[in-house]
Design a protein around this ligand. Structure first.
Ligand SMILES: *Cc1c(COP(=O)(O)O)cnc(C)c1O
Length: 459
């Protein structure tokens, strides 16, 4: 027993919850002076993290929430690998390049072995890079013809927020074709009203965030062919395949949305969504080398070698990239196909069952797009709004997004359920029972208020 009650003795207490720190609130605004034992702090932090939702029950997100044990191992092995140091970690760089070529081939690039692409932190960064390449090419073309380059625009349907960011951050006008009537995605017939000589590209989404449907890239491409015949404007397409890029190749192989369409110059996708990699990796791939302007690529020589890089970030973890390659090798085409098909079947089953309950009108039933479903509330006095239902489902830990449609359909509120790898049929059956019980509860105890706001984002 020392006379001084030192920090060391303090942390040797057998019961973590009797430690001095455990009997206070954790510091929130300034750095504590003393060190503490790692076990104590880790336990207290784990306790605090219990307040987060349970990721596996989060059916509002598109992102991976279940990983094979080998992926956890590989992530640990890679924790000190910085993917930007391509000279220090040449094998990680090599693995990144392999992933790019595998994806280029999966998306039918005519030059998949030699084309360019890169990993990113997610589809958002990938979208910025794809958008910048289009802006640069448009500008070079216009300059060569002595035409003005001060008013670039992009044309799209109801896009994910990353494209609004791209437009604002890089000074490009956003022309979002609004949803009208019963439309659930971009209507290609409206394209000619929106594109002009300043359109750097059209951005269809394969797996619309709001409704989960695939926008008809082939029809959009044909419309742009017609527009070119009439006006001479040759407008490229970048496909936002954040989710669909890892679904369509496996379950809709005949759907032409990728580099099989000559107008498609680049594609982005999220490795951490249906690519099944852990959070923190996206991909962007160009149809061929010439579609990535060279003056966007920086050469880095202070890490040892002389390496080209095109990215918004600099240092970034290498583990997600290695985990992506692991999934490619471990699952192969058939493995991905099996997982995506299972998710689709589960989504379709749940959609059919939800339709039978009564109050719900299916919006998307899991057929033809992402493994997901969406529905709205039928006209009628059900005693609840979809926001009430989201809140009540949360009592059982389920997180289900409710939100208004964009464009001219903002009066329609829908609810969306994403089915991912690791969301089993049994879990979904439990969810269905909870949903039925909620509906019955509201029958008995109708909510007088409705339209309570929800903080759910759109994943
Ligand atoms: C999720 C998503 C994004 C953003 O992707 P992150 O990987 O989260 O950055 C962009 N577009 C679409 C269609 C998405 O679904």
């Amino acid at each position: 027993m020392g006379l001084h009650f030192t920090n060391k003795e303090n942390t040797e207490n057998e019961n973590i919850y009797e430690e001095a720190l455990s009997q206070t609130q954790l510091p929130k605004y300034s750095l504590p002076k003393q060190s503490q034992s790692p076990e104590l702090i880790a336990q207290l932090l784990k306790d605090e993290l219990l307040m987060d939702g349970n990721a596996r029950q989060n059916l509002a997100t598109f992102c991976s929430t279940w990983m094979e044990p080998s992926v956890h191992d590989l992530m640990d092995v890679c924790i000190d690998k910085n993917m930007i140091d391509k000279d220090e970690y040449p094998q990680t760089a090599e693995i990144e390049a392999r992933c790019v070529h595998i994806l280029a081939k999966l998306w039918n690039s005519p030059e998949s072995d030699t084309t360019v692409g890169c990993s990113t932190t997610g589809s958002s960064e990938a979208a910025m890079l794809g958008g910048l390449a289009m802006k640069w090419r448009w500008r070079t073309k216009r300059k060569a013809l002595g035409q003005s380059t001060d008013k670039p625009n992009i044309v799209c349907g109801p896009v994910q927020i990353c494209w609004h960011k791209f437009a604002r951050y890089f000074d490009v006008e956003m022309r979002e074709i609004p949803l009208d009537g019963d439309e659930v995605c971009m209507n290609p017939d409206k394209l000619s009203e929106y594109v002009d000589e300043n359109t750097i590209g059209v951005i269809p989404t394969l797996g619309v965030t709001y409704t989960c449907v695939f926008e008809p890239v082939e029809t959009i491409s044909k419309k742009l062919d017609d527009i070119q015949d009439e006006t001479g404007l040759d407008i490229p397409i970048h496909v936002d395949g954040a989710s669909g890029g890892f679904i369509a190749p496996f379950v809709n192989p005949d759907l032409k949305w990728d580099f099989r369409l000559p107008r498609v110059v680049s594609i982005n996708s999220s490795g951490h969504k249906y690519g099944l990699a852990p959070l923190g990796v996206g991909w962007v791939v160009w149809r061929d080398k010439q579609h990535l302007p060279e003056d966007l690529v920086f050469s880095v020589d202070y890490l040892g070698g002389n390496m080209p890089t095109f990215a918004l970030n600099f240092s970034r973890p290498g583990g997600q990239i290695v985990a992506q390659y692991y999934n490619f090798l471990r699952l192969g085409f058939d493995g991905y196909k099996g997982i995506q098909t299972t998710c689709l079947k589960t989504a379709q089953w749940l959609a059919d069952e939800i339709a039978k309950i009564g109050p719900f009108d299916l919006f998307y039933d899991g057929r033809g797009g992402l493994p997901a479903l969406s529905y709205c509330l039928k006209e009628g006095d059900w005693g609840f709004s979809l926001y009430d239902l989201s809140d009540r489902m949360r009592m059982r830990g389920w997180q289900i997004a409710s939100y208004p449609l964009p464009g001219n359909r903002q009066d329609t509120v829908i609810q969306r359920i994403m089915i991912r790898h690791g969301v089993s049929k049994d879990m979904v059956a439990l969810l269905l029972e909870d949903l039925k019980q909620c509906v019955n509860y509201f029958k008995q105890y109708p909510q007088t208020h409705s339209g309570a706001t929800s903080s759910f984002h759109h994943g």
